[in-house]
Design a protein around this ligand. Structure first.
Ligand SMILES: [Zn+2]
Length: 412
């Protein structure tokens, strides 16, 4: 039997949170552990309090609000996302997942529904990673992917330590930052942040996994020299070698996999002067695909292109592999709970793999995990122009609520 969330209240709750750190451009500037983030956390705590939920804050600031189940010893179902935002980001990214989880519990209360399992609503610390690296930090600490002491020492652009900010805003909690007990499942609703759902005319995304990624930093070392007096045959130009690789990376996905994407997103040139042959160029490569062997082939091809470009131009090179995240396949049980909810509600759902990392990346190593995606208009994300219509917020939040209830087990 379905539950119906209150559409008007969902919109009101979205607007309430959007006012905290809201920008003139209609977006959100709520960097993790800032004053605005503290205010959003207080708001989350108030919501939990009003619902009579028990709130725990762990040593990394992750917040868990609990609604008991008929069987308090049953493994809980965890639902949520993050309330921090990118600098001048949108009001939906992260917040929609937290608000939908709150509305799910409010609906249970409204309808007097008891669940077999406890339900916990979570607000993860620092999903965005734009103030303190890395992204998905709070869930990563909780899942054991990062050492908490090392993450405490991370500093922002002003040299402020993360742990000091956590203490300053009063959200360094008493609980160890780790799963307190085994969890039955984790469900997260998030905007797609890409154009796939809109392009295919779908209402909602049934996320079956998250792509893996490989990051590297490449350095070419040539010879600086006068741009007027150095004949072309004498040049060891690091930027020319880098340019060959940039275009090779752009062409790489076409010959690898249908879903491969590859990017050179950052590049620095030294000495970076109009009349000097470039001596040192450093740039990053980012290759993503759902398939691990495709990723490995992508990295091999990137390495071969770098070596060939260095050889052609007569420059030295170095490749440092800076990050490797394995792709995640969500298990059938929670994915089918999402798919069943989509069917029950009569929506057009599309199965898809997430091209971005999420807190679900880390929870997947702790418990059965799945995600619901809402439509992102024009695929825009990490900008004030990010937009998901209220209709799409409602349909995706309804799917989340019904899938979560399915996993939590309704007591009749
Ligand atoms: Zn997000």
């Amino acid at each position: 039997m379905r539950i119906d969330i209150d559409r008007d209240r969902l919109v009101e709750t979205m607007e309430e949170q959007a006012a905290i750190g809201g920008t003139d451009g209609g977006g959100l500037h709520r960097l993790t552990l800032s004053d605005a983030d503290a205010e959003a956390r207080d708001w989350f705590a108030d919501c939990a309090d009003e619902m009579g939920m028990d709130l725990r804050v762990d040593a990394f600031g992750n917040m868990f609000a609990r609604r008991e189940g008929a069987d308090p010893d049953a493994e809980p179902v965890l639902v949520g996302s993050h309330l921090d935002s990118q600098p001048y980001g949108g009001i939906f990214d992260g917040a929609l997942g937290v608000v939908a989880a709150i509305e799910f519990v409010r609906t249970l209360d409204d309808d007097g529904i008891e669940t077999e399992r406890p339900v916990e609503v979570v607000n993860w610390t620092n999903e965005e990673g734009s103030r303190f690296p890395p992204a998905m930090q709070g869930s990563g600490v909780w899942a054991g992917a990062h050492d908490i002491e090392a993450e405490y020492e991370k500093t922002d652009a002003d040299g402020v330590r993360l742990v000091d900010e956590l203490e300053r805003i009063g959200y360094r909690g008493d609980e160890p930052a780790e799963p307190r007990e085994p969890y039955h499942a984790y469900l997260e609703l998030h905007p797609e942040q890409g154009p796939f759902l809109e392009e295919t005319g779908a209402d909602v995304g049934i996320v079956t996994g998250i792509v893996g990624l490989r990051w590297a930093e490449v350095t070419f070392e040539g010879q600086a020299n006068h741009s007027g007096t150095t004949p072309m045959r004498y040049r060891d130009d690091a930027l020319v070698a880098a340019s060959d690789v940039v275009t090779a990376i752009r062409r790489l996905p076409g010959s690898l996999g249908e879903r491969t994407v590859a990017t050179v997103g950052s590049l620095t040139v030294e000495p970076n002067s109009v009349n000097i042959v470039p001596e040192t160029v450093q740039f990053t490569t980012d290759i993503r695909d759902p398939d691990e062997s495709t990723l490995d082939r992508g990295v091999e091809r990137m390495e071969a292109e770098v070596a060939a470009a260095a050889e052609r131009e007569g420059v030295d090179y170095d490749i440092e592999h800076t990050m490797r995240a394995a792709s995640v396949d969500f298990p059938d049980r929670p994915v089918e709970a999402v798919a069943d909810a989509v069917d029950d509600l009569g929506y057009d759902g599309r199965r898809m793999v997430s091209g971005a990392g999420h807190d679900a990346t880390h929870t997947a190593s702790v418990c059965d995990t799945a995600m619901v995606f809402s439509v992102s208009e024009d695929g825009k994300s990490h900008t004030e122009d990010e937009f998901t219509s209220w209709a799409d917020c409602y349909s995706s939040a309804s799917v989340l609520a019904n899938a979560a209830l399915d996993l939590a087990g309704r007591v009749d």
